[in-house]
Design a protein around this ligand. Structure first.
Ligand code: AMP
Length: 111
């Protein structure tokens, strides 16, 4: 399958890995939108949160994203976890991912 994030999982495309276990992989975003910008993805291809039917996997991804925010030192200052979905949501890679953003004040509402 021609999916950038699947290629990161297999190692065909390199990434700056932060964390990995049997279910997921976390790495730094190559076009950071904040001083800390990481992504958590399932190793298995899931196109978006709309196709994610495994509650256990969704909970695990969220828990790993939270732990990475903590390990990146964002607990005190705060951070944002984002799942862009579909066209209006601004999803550009069709492989489910949670953005972990922090290290600066993030505007709300988003643009
Ligand atoms: P989204 O727009 O929510 O689909 O987010 C996709 C994110 O993936 C963007 O923030 C991109 O900068 C990021 N991205 C795309 N290709 C790579 C890559 N090879 N390694 C790390 N991050 C990537």
């Amino acid at each position: 399958m021609d999916c950038i994030f699947c290629k990161i999982v297999t190692g065909e495309i390199s990434s700056k890995k932060i964390f990995e276990d049997e279910l997921c992989l976390a790495f730094y975003d190559t076009a950071p939108a904040a001083p800390v910008h990481a992504l958590v993805i399932p190793k298995q291809h899931v196109s978006s949160v709309l196709e994610a039917d495994d509650e256990g996997l969704l909970g695990h991804l969220l828990s790993v994203a939270r732990d990475i925010a903590k390990s990146e030192g964002l607990s005190e200052s705060g951070f944002r976890l984002v799942i862009n979905t579909g066209k209006d949501g601004g999803q550009s890679v069709n492989h489910l991912h949670i953005h972990i953003l922090g290290g600066r004040s993030l505007a709300w509402p988003p643009g």
